[in-house]
Design a protein around this ligand. Structure first.
Ligand code: CTP
Ligand code: CA
Length: 226
């Protein structure tokens, strides 16, 4: 396709982005999920593609059109996302994990609809794999960016995740902030790199926040300190 891009840094760079929620089945008619709309991940994919990057977007179930020139892979559960991400990880230059991955899934997935009965229902949940943690543990040349969705002690939890998951940078999101929560077309975040440098991106459209995040990634990668 003919696409003129002035940006030379992202041209041809392979970027893997995840977005949206995951679904964890209980039975054929029910699942657990979360409020993620996928808008932040899709905005990142769209802006990266506009800059000429070779973008693969792995997304959970969302109601959004695939941005132009983006390779989209649909997944459902956290385990599906894990497998799709691992399959594509090795030859990526940059990975940005904006997806809201379920931390737990029902331990037993019933093959038939669970019928109601009187009294309480208990569903035993088991941990899913932490995809980003595994990416950090097996990182080679990739620039790895995580997200942190927090409601309290936002910066402290964000910093801990950056370290624990061996990330190059993290985008910290206070989801209780007005206009920065789930489903919104706007966001306000802090970009924190592994040198401890913090950039506050004030309330703006998710497209604008996405462009700024990509700019910080570019300058962090370029100056070679990371
Ligand atoms: N993540 C992941 N796999 C999981 C859970 C989270 O890859 N099973 C990634 C998310 O995509 C995000 C980052 O880890 O980039 C942080 O997710 P978040 O839910 O904020 O943190 P958790 O590490 O799951 O910790 P907690 O939910 O307890 O705050
Ligand atoms: Ca989580």
């Amino acid at each position: 396709f003919s696409k003129v891009s002035k940006n030379t840094f992202f041209t041809g760079k392979k970027i893997l982005i995840t977005g949206g929620p995951t679904r964890e089945a209980v039975d054929p008619v029910r699942f657990f999920t979360n409020h993620s709309s996928g808008k932040m991940g899709f905005a990142l994919a769209e802006e990266a593609a506009k800059k000429g990057a070779d973008v693969t977007l792995i997304s959970g179930p969302v109601n959004l059109d695939t941005p132009e020139h983006v390779r989209r892979i649909h997944v459902d559960s956290a385990n599906d996302m894990y497998e799709a991400v691992m399959e594509h990880y090795a030859n990526q230059d940059i990975v940005i994990k904006a997806a809201a991955v379920a931390d737990y899934r029902p331990k037993t997935v019933h093959q038939q609809k669970v019928k109601k009965s009187d009294g309480l229902l208990t569903i035993e949940m088991e941990r899913t794999k932490d995809i980003l943690h595994e990416l950090g543990a097996t990182k080679r040349h990739q620039f790895l960016v995580g997200f942190a969705a927090e409601t309290n002690d936002v910066m402290e939890y964000g910093r801990k995740k950056l370290k624990k998951k061996n990330l190059d940078a993290i985008v910290i999101n206070d989801v209780t902030e007005q206009g920065a929560g789930f489903g919104s077309d706007t966001n306000a975040v802090t970009y924190l790199n592994k040198l401890g440098e913090e950039m506050q991106l004030s309330m703006s459209t998710k497209s604008d926040i996405a462009r700024q995040i990509l700019q910080f990634i570019e300058s962090d990668m370029k100056d070679g300190r990371l």
